[in-house]
Design a binder for this molecule. Structure first.
Ligand SMILES: C[S@@+](CC[C@H](N)C(=O)[O-])C[C@H]1O[C@@H](n2cnc3c(N)ncnc32)[C@H](O)[C@@H]1O
Length: 327
């Protein structure tokens, strides 16, 4: 297996700066895809006028939002600031969305630093006019182990709607076979169990997802350098359930570009943003890599490998700081 790791770019400003010359994006760049009509915009989504211009008259049917939750220090006040910041971009998100549309919000927490925005977020959402539909928990396989606490293995995903968007229930089945017969019921004079009555031999995902593997370096979809990559399987499930072919999917916080990749694979259009040119470049490279190789990521290589292997400054930095060498 290739082994060309790239450390977290967000935690290493020197590495980030060394990668910038290889990026086709700078703040304000909008990349438009001639083929599938996707867009990648290097724009801060707090700047609503800039965002609205990119949409023009087009409206999104589905939004998949995974905001950063570690961007500021962690005090009670900053919990409140986070909620106000969310309220603003969610209002904008509604403006650029169709009258029948779906919204998914991933929400993180950091209990050890008292950053637990969940309660405040749900309260704030009451004033948005969106309808609360589900509170999904995704179970991570790997947790952060501790001898003194419950292992942290959950990720929160909130589902809201506006108007009456379609929901494709078929896409909601997992690949976990049904094993329990469930309860018995009389149908046409016969006593039947759950298996006989059900339409599928697999269980539905419901609002607890236990079948999604957290991304790690052995998986094809892995994008080294990114710290917050969501599993493609989870995003594809959302996109399939809450949008149809050729409809527009939106993601304000692209990072590794998972929503764009899921949209490409499922025949949807995607407009995605990141205010950091490096993550916009990674998003675009991930799409290009998918189109040219059919692969959804770089496994244990990375998006900038071809440049880094010839760049003495980056190679020296990786060796000195992390003892990483590329052979
Ligand atoms: C949690 S990550 C998203 C991960 C993504 N779902 C994935 O699967 O890769 C959040 C991203 O939002 C970007 N970001 C933070 N604040 C932003 C803002 N105001 N406007 C646009 N992007 C922002 C960060 O640079 C980061 O890449």
């Amino acid at each position: 297996m290739l082994n060309h790791p790239l450390p977290r770019i967000d935690k290493d400003e020197k590495l980030r700066k060394l990668l910038l010359p290889y990026c086709r994006f700078k703040y304000g760049t909008i990349w438009i895809d001639e083929k599938e009509k996707h867009k990648i915009a290097c724009v801060d989504v707090s700047k609503s006028e800039e965002v609205k211009k990119i949409f023009g008259k087009t409206k999104g049917k589905l939004s998949v939002q995974d905001p950063p939750y570690n961007f500021i220090a962690f005090t009670e006040k900053q919990n409140d600031e986070f909620i106000i910041w969310c309220k603003n971009w969610i209002a904008l998100n509604q403006e650029i969305s169709d009258k029948n549309s779906s919204f998914y919000f991933w929400l993180g927490a950091d209990q050890s630093n008292h950053f637990e925005p969940f309660g405040g977020f749900v309260e704030m959402m009451k004033s948005t006019g969106l309808t609360s539909r589900s509170f999904i928990t995704m179970r991570n396989q790997r947790g952060y182990g501790t001898q003194y606490n419950w292992m942290a293995i959950r990720q929160e995903l909130l589902y809201y709607t506006f108007g009456k968007p379609k929901f494709n229930i078929k896409s909601e089945y997992t690949d976990i076979p049904k094993v329990l017969k469930g309860y018995y019921k009389e149908v046409g004079g016969d006593i039947t169990d759950n298996m006989q009555r059900s339409k599928s031999q697999f269980i539905r995902a419901g609002n607890v997802w236990i079948d999604v593997q957290q991304v790690f370096y052995r998986m094809e979809e892995n994008v080294n350098g990114c710290f917050a990559q969501k599993p493609l399987k989870a995003i594809k499930r959302i996109v399939e359930a809450s949008s149809a072919k050729n409809e527009l999917v939106t993601d304000f916080f692209s990072h590794s570009g998972t929503t764009l990749i899921a949209s490409e694979l499922l025949g949807r259009k995607c407009i995605t943003f990141d205010y950091d040119p490096v993550y916009c470049e990674i998003t675009l490279r991930r799409l290009e890599n998918l189109r040219s190789t059919g692969k959804s990521g770089w496994q244990n290589s990375n998006p900038f490998y071809n440049e880094i292997k010839n760049d003495k400054k980056i190679l020296n930095h990786l060796k000195k700081k992390y003892n990483i060498t590329y052979n």
